[in-house]
Design a protein around this ligand. Sequence first.
Ligand code: HEM
Length: 510
Amino acid sequence: MYPFIIFGGFLLIIIKSWQWCFKRPLGCPPGPPRMPVLGSYLQLLFTNYKHLHKAALKLSERYKSKVISFYLGSVLVYAVHDPNGIKEVLSSASFEGRPGLFLSLMRHPEMKTAGIFFNDGHVWREQRWFFLRYLRDFGYGRRFQTFEQVISEEVQDLVNLLREGPKYSHEKRVVKGNRFLAPTVFMPFSTNTFFEVLFKERYPRSEHYKLDTLSESGALFARETSEYGRLLSMIPWIRFFFPKWSGYNSLMNANIPQYNFFKRKVEYYIKNFTNFDEEDPSFMDLYIRELKKDKIQDGFEIDQFIFNCMDFTLPANTGFPAQMSMILQWLQIRPMVVRKIQEEIDSVVGNSRLPSLDDRKKMPYTEACLREGMRIATLLPSSVVHLATEDTTILGYNVPKNTPIIGSLHALHFSKDIWDDPKEFRPERFLDSEGNLCLSKDKSLPFGAGKRLCPGETFARNLMFLMITGLLQNINLEVREGDTICNPLDNFTGIITIPDDFWISYTCRN
Ligand code: HEM
């Protein structure tokens, strides 16, 4: 009798374990089995530990489904690889939420959600809208002459640094013997353009070192996080046992300086706020005025203020330079493309002034190169993870409320159905037979879409055009003996794709 009971019990355990590992809720997309504690994380790592978005795409092919699901720890996550499905994830209001990742909570001294990136619901909507309304007047929606002048001054400073060489000791770290260090060299210049918007304050070249901590901690955060939140997000208690290995220590080394920098700024502006400048208010003035109206229910409180500043500065300080460097990596190995951009610059702009936004329409090839660069070097290959805010469906699969869902920009940008030869850097794909830019051919979405569309898109596209054309007007990229050429298709993926610091050789153009 006993052997039968033991055998029956044993069988039951095996069946239940099998079901637990392999069975999915009804209407759920297929995906790898799960294991205790880590879920399907190990399968993802085994498939491609360096690039989880590539691992997810591979699993999608293996399970022959454009939507797959996998467990990260105990949480079931969906990843969508079909172009229409991706657009739906990005644009539908049912997917506008964000999961409360431990990585995002860690940024706050009291482990709270604040800011824009990782926030959702009423507070996120109010805060995002407030920012957008202000940014619109600063070249983030429409043209704004004064701001364009500021960008032009920053580009001129960058060009001077490369042409004349370092003038201050801190610049010797990023420019040496006609070589510059990307992405670090760009960080103070792009941060300055955004600080003009935020604080109406910029750091002159002589004081760029004051931005070092911000840039270093921004890059550390980008590199130490991962698209899916790292092991720390799945089993946060791991930090107590392996604070170094789990990345907890490095992330705190990134979070604390970021938080302190903006906390000090916010406190300074609140303390020195005297009169509201009706004529020319800064973002700080406007926000402080809202703080005084006691609108905590809409998120107008000090913490949110600090994190808004952090969340908008991080992409300008780290994301933008990373994207620009990845485009330069492609240009480094495509000298013919550079030559064609330079021909366009020489004929439209000449060399007596820097390129301006008015030139942009007349430079379709350059514009096509930048679009191609942002497609092939996707800054956020998994976008930022969304969350279903209600029970809904995607491509026929059930999506329960609170399911994290990824609209893979990598899959969209590398879809053979859309691009034929997605791994080729081929700007011509965006041009018609006459060489005119053909926007209808651009199916890429490097800035996302819909309610979560990147609020910095116009600014980033404008700044990218002005900086890259300003550079190529003044320098030639070179590959010298001993230079390491990185494979641009294999850059490091943290929360964004960001290359390790690398040197680019150049010579000055006459
Ligand atoms: C080339 C540069 C950039 C690229 C490719 C880029 C791309 C993106 C993408 C894909 C998202 C996520 C959209 C989603 O969740 O579906 C995003 C979000 C965001 N971006 Fe950008 N971005 C860039 C530069 C900037 C800049 C310069 C700023 C600010 C000045 C900025 C501010 C933001 C903010 C605040 C969000 C969060 C929006 C939200 O969750 O509501 N970005 N960006």
